[in-house]
Ligand binder design. Structure first.
Ligand SMILES: *Cc1c(COP(=O)(O)O)cnc(C)c1O
Length: 362
């Protein structure tokens, strides 16, 4: 089966094999070597000198960690959402008692920098901005470079959900900014689910000293003090760590530039195929269309569930449908991590074969 959903993503055989390695003492020398190497490679690929913590949990855990380590109940935060994952980030901040100012854009839109600027300038009590880099539910990539520049200019803490972005899309963290940048092993990193990686700036660590939200498992101060001993505070998902180590090795060998170029290329190929079939992309401005996931609008009267089923049964390719209210209205193609030009050609062939059947006479 070809898995073309935006996470979990396919895992190369050598990565699967690495994941089957025997357990070691997570307080012993083999682990020290492993966590040191993974941490260094993550920093290299995220282009950051910030603290880098490998947490055991899914991407949502990393989002929760960003919130609880930097904010206090009652504190004002601007939460920008352009889809389901932005809403999730917003809800986490709300659940932990932040005073959340919500800014929601319609599905297919990108975040409007001017509106963010106006809101932050009008209320200087807002000291933190939360945003999604790459909105997996709509296939839209925000201009995180411009967001980073704005956050610096206005001196607000920037928390970024880049779970399906970084590693597949350009995001040099130190150059572009971002006080907590969160990602997950099962997205662009060619590894199974189970680990979440966060790059945390000194500023975010300092904010943590004042932050009053309750935290134990996700505490960055604990992660930092254990990492100084080449350990993690709690038992890590060792098998996933072995796999991630191998996935990162593959990425470093391919070269970050090449990895990013490959994603840009397959993204463009998918969009060209969609348009040549007479279908529409959900992103309203193609300039913001994601190179890690493509959201395709279903023609009037066609359910994505039927398309998904036909492609699954006849081509052995697993596509994603929409999320929330968009469930039957979208097909989403994941093309991040281990993805080749041929994989994408196969997806085009499948859509080309099945779509006319559903649209005929419509
Ligand atoms: C996948 C994803 C997450 C996290 O999902 P988990 O299922 O918790 O790993 C968060 N944000 C975005 C944008 C994602 O694509």
């Amino acid at each position: 089966m070809q898995l073309r959903i935006p996470g979990p993503t396919p895992v190369p055989p050598e990565v699967l094999q690495a994941g089957a390695s025997p357990m070691v003492n997570h307080r012993g020398p083999e682990f020290a070597e492993l966590i040191t190497r993974v941490t260094a490679r993550m920093k290299e690929l995220m282009m950051t000198e910030h603290d880098l913590f490998v947490l055991t949990g899914s991407g949502t855990g990393a989002l929760e960690s960003a919130v609880v380590n930097t904010l206090s109940p009652g504190q004002k935060v601007l939460a920008v959402s352009i889809g389901e994952f932005g809403d999730r980030f917003t809800e986490i901040a709300h659940a932990f008692g932040a005073n959340v100012i919500r800014m929601r854009f319609e599905a297919g839109e990108h975040a409007d920098l001017n509106r963010i600027r106006e809101t932050l300038v009008a209320d200087r009590d807002i000291r933190a901005l939360m945003i999604t880099h790459n909105e997996t539910s709509t296939g839209v990539t925000n201009d995180i470079r411009a967001v980073g520049a704005l956050a610096r200019e206005l001196d607000v803490l920037l928390l970024v959900d880049s779970v399906s972005g970084i590693g597949a899309l350009p995001y040099p963290v130190d150059a572009w900014g971002g006080d907590v940048v969160a990602t997950g092993s099962q997205k662009g990193w060619m590894a199974p689910p189970g680990l979440a990686m966060v790059a945390v700036s000194q500023r975010a660590m300092d904010a943590g000293k004042e932050a009053k939200m309750p935290r134990v498992y996700w505490d960055y101060a604990a992660a930092k003090s254990y990492l100084a001993k080449n350990q993690t505070p709690w038992t890590p998902a060792l098998s996933v760590l072995y796999a991630l180590d191998k996935g990162l090795e593959l990425m470093v060998n391919e070269g970050l530039e090449n990895v990013l170029a490959r994603h840009a290329r397959v993204g463009q190929t998918v969009r060209d195929a969609v348009k040549s079939l007479g279908m529409e992309l959900l992103p309203k401005d193609e300039k913001y269309a994601s190179n890690s996931v493509t959201a395709i609008k279903m023609p009037e009267g066609v359910s994505s569930l039927d398309v998904q089923k036909a492609v699954r049964e006849e081509f052995d390719i697993e596509l994603a449908i929409g999320q929330g209210s968009l469930t039957p209205k979208l097909i989403r193609v994941g093309h991040l991590g281990w993805v080749s030009d041929q994989d994408i050609a196969d997806v085009s062939t499948a859509l080309k074969a099945v779509m006319p059947r559903f649209t005929k006479g419509a």
